[in-house]
Ligand binder design. Structure first.
Ligand SMILES: Nc1nc2c(c(=O)[nH]1)N[C@H]1C(S)=C(S)[C@@H](COP(=O)(O)O)O[C@H]1N2
Ligand SMILES: [Mo]
Length: 411
């Protein structure tokens, strides 16, 4: 049966007509939802080919090729742990030429008792090595749905992943260097190059309040899913800061500086990774001093099965993941009647602090026909994913419901 789903599915044929709003079966929904400020917009995608620089990645949708940015179709994120070949890629600059572990060093300096320079072997030998499933989400995931559009990569749903990372705790390394009194922030530096090619400019240098840097689940990682990191995901060494905007997780990590003031590296300052301190009307020009830096990401969930646009029976399993920044998810619900009624899904505990949570439920629909499945998560403080979110100039923090379109009773 020919019908189109709500979101761009990675394996649909390329078709420039898919830019913009939905075709036949989705129009009704687009119209209805539009009035509430959530245009269901499809993103132009193109098939991967050799030369995209995405070797070792499986059916990611390329949003930009200089720098390389690619997201994962939601149905390819099914499964509790994201395989490396399906971990999204978000680059602000050019991947370093040499991403070999041999000869790589990490410097920790600034307000420390003793500046240190360590190889990856030094990290392995001197600190407890831990493996954790950690969820990473780009602050701009969901940007494609802002109207008026926000500039930047037009992520729909796929700038999120939860791989298994092996490394050492950032806290252990900072404590070994000796955190001095008065330290309030970290500054992170990576080996990637600015798009201009100017070696004196950095594509990205973010930092963390020291309290966050000292939490148990912030890792300096040298393995991803039991193997060396993928070059596009920061090989051979990166930070993994679950629950905070992905930009905090510096890739190709070479240096961490401890500071007695907020870090002022590239993209620390507003409007980067910042939102207005107060609600603004769509399209408002907000003065820079009225922005604040994003800390924890909000509660959110993803439907990874059935795939958007699928044919299903009248009874079928719906499943996916949910996560909530520094909190956990306490309830997961699904609707097949546009939010009129909700059924509670079975929700797993996180594998560890910082992992996303898997959920599943069986949905039965009353008769054959077209349905949309909506999913919403509620966090441990009772905060629920909203149907629609307020606009912000850079298109961050869109945690409105994920929806998939299905044709039921035809399979
Ligand atoms: N050095 C460096 N680190 C970086 C980036 C970058 O451009 N350079 N991008 C950041 C952003 S914005 C995100 S969302 C995550 C994405 O990690 P991934 O590409 O492994 O998915 O990496 C972060 N770390
Ligand atoms: Mo990001």
């Amino acid at each position: 049966m020919e019908h189109r789903g709500i979101t761009a599915a990675g394996d649909l044929p390329e078709d420039p007509g898919r830019r913009g709003f939905l075709g036949a079966s989705g129009l009704g929904l687009a119209g209805r939802v539009l009035g509430l400020g959530v245009p269901l917009q499809m993103t132009a995608t193109r098939a991967l080919s050799q030369g995209d620089g995405l070797d070792g990645k499986d059916r990611l949708e390329v949003l930009n090729d200089r720098p390389i940015n690619a997201q994962t179709p939601a149905h390819l994120l099914d499964g509790p742990i994201t395989p490396t070949n399906r971990h999204f890629v978000r680059n602000n600059g050019i991947v370093p030429d040499d991403t070999a572990a041999e000869g790589w060093t990490l410097t920790v300096d600034g307000l420390v008792d003793q500046p240190v320079e360590m190889s990856i072997d030094d990290l392995r030998e001197n600190f407890e090595v831990v493996t954790m499933a950690l969820a990473l989400e780009c602050g701009g995931n969901g940007r494609a749905f802002f109207d008026p559009p926000a500039s930047g990569n037009q992520w729909t749903y796929g700038a999120v992943a939860c791989s298994e990372w092996t490394g050492v705790r950032l806290r252990d390394v900072l404590e070994a260097a000796g955190v001095q009194d008065g330290v309030v922030y970290t500054g992170h530096y990576g080996a990637d190059m600015h798009l201009s090619g100017d070696p004196d400019r950095s594509p990205l240098s973010r930092g963390l309040p020291i309290e966050k840097a000292m939490t148990d689940n912030v890792l300096i990682a040298f393995e991803m899913n039991g193997e060396a990191l993928h070059p596009l995901n920061g090989a051979p060494l990166r930070l993994v800061v679950p629950g905070w905007p992905g930009s905090c997780s510096q890739k190709w990590l070479t240096r961490i500086e401890l500071l007695d003031h907020k870090h002022d590296g590239t993209k620390m300052e507003a409007p980067s990774y910042s939102v207005p301190r107060y609600p603004v009307a769509p399209g408002t020009e907000v003065p820079l001093e009225d922005f604040e830096t994003i800390h924890a990401m909000p509660v959110k969930s993803l439907i990874t099965h059935p795939q958007d646009g699928a044919d299903v029976g009248t009874e079928f399993e719906v499943r996916g993941h949910a996560w909530a920044g520094d909190r956990t998810v306490q309830r997961m619900e699904v609707s097949s009647d546009y939010g009129e009624s909700w059924q509670q899904a079975e929700l797993d505990e996180p594998l560890n602090d910082g992992a996303w949570q898997n959920w599943r439920t069986t949905v039965t629909v009353p008769q054959a026909g077209y349905y949309e499945i909506w999913a919403r998560a509620t966090d441990s403080e009772g905060v629920m994913q909203p149907f629609a979110i307020g606009w912000n100039p850079k298109g961050y923090l869109n945690n409105s419901f994920h929806k998939v379109a299905l044709q039921a009773g035809s399979a």
